[in-house]
Design a protein around this ligand. Structure first.
Ligand SMILES: [Mn+2]
Length: 317
């Protein structure tokens, strides 16, 4: 059932001993939403614990370092930034079918929780939580403000993506004005700082970049041999697809990675108006208009030819 701010307030003011679930492969938004909500619950006198199926990466330490919370048997189950229970990872086995409140901003939300506070137009789950805290009149601490700011900054790609709302800018401004957050430091760690390994990998991936269709299509194909040679996994190549559309003139970018079984995982990105979800659907995949994917089988030249052809068609429409 979808609920209003007023119903969410009633729920939060009357809950106790809450577990807050964040999604697997955690990002700035779910961590910010989890720890920001934990601070808000603390203001209400409710103890809570933030859990995640995967460890929180070290760059988010400034949000997580005070601990995810004490150990207790939860009486309240809350999910943040989770559109589908399958994204809870191992916590699906424990809390699946038992989520009492979900706070989210994905229009694709499966409505799996007893109550869902969904703002599909919001940039980030953190934007929804900030507006809820303001609605409730709960004090926002500096730590809470840093958490919520981080979620908004990361989900909006540092206020660059199409999903960035005027509200996201207003909240960021309020954070700067009222809470003295160190936004420059946060954004540096969220967007600029990389390990040496990551930098080398980026230059390696850049080396593999090919232009097709008069430069409108950029393709990077990483084979099993290359991954073995560099000692890297599929997961470590996560986050490289956006590099493809940094290329001047590229409208569509594709990162191909070979899976263990020999099939190609193809991650599409669109720079502007080409709907890559529609292209991927013709290839048996799907996703969002600007970020989508599909799986292809065959030899690398065959797969590339098929991908180039499908993008050529889309560009000529
Ligand atoms: Mn989010």
């Amino acid at each position: 059932m979808f609920i209003s701010f007023s119903e969410a307030e009633t729920f939060l003011r009357n809950c106790k001993d809450a577990v807050i679930i964040t999604h697997q492969t955690p990002d700035g938004d779910c961590i910010g939403a989890g720890f920001g909500l934990k601070d808000i619950l603390a203001e209400l006198g409710v103890r809570s614990r933030v859990v995640c199926s995967d460890p929180f990466p070290a760059r988010y330490d400034f949000m997580t370092k005070d601990g995810a919370g004490e150990d207790f048997e939860p009486q309240t189950v809350i999910a943040v930034d989770i559109a589908d229970e399958n994204l809870m990872g191992k916590y699906k086995e424990i809390y699946g079918g038992r989520v009492q409140l979900c706070i989210d901003h994905h229009i694709s939300n499966k409505n799996y929780a007893e109550r869902t506070l969904l703002r599909g137009e919001a940039t980030a789950a953190c934007e929804v939580i900030y507006d809820l805290a303001k609605y409730m009149g709960v004090k926002i601490t500096r730590h809470c403000a840093m958490c919520l700011y981080t979620g908004i900054a990361t989900d909006s790609g540092c206020f660059k993506y199409d999903c960035t709302t005027p509200r996201a800018h207003e909240i960021a401004a309020e954070m700067m004005r009222s809470y003295d957050i160190n936004f420059a430091r946060i954004n540096r760690y969220m967007f600029d700082v990389k390990s040496l390994g990551r930098m080398k990998l980026e230059s390696y991936v850049t080396e593999l970049m090919e232009e097709h269709l008069d430069g409108k299509l950029a393709i990077v194909a990483v084979t099993q041999d290359m991954m073995k040679e560099l000692g890297i996994s599929m997961e470590e190549l996560e986050g490289f697809a956006p590099l493809t559309i940094q290329l001047e003139h590229a409208e569509v970018g594709i990162l191909l990675r070979v899976r263990e079984d020999g099939a190609y995982k193809c991650s599409f990105r669109s720079a502007n108006d080409v709907n890559v979800s529609a292209i991927c659907q013709t290839l048996g995949g799907g996703g969002h208009a600007k970020a989508a994917g599909c799986t292809m089988t065959g030899s690398l030249p065959e797969v590339k030819a098929a991908l180039i052809e499908s993008v050529r068609k889309a560009l000529s429409e």
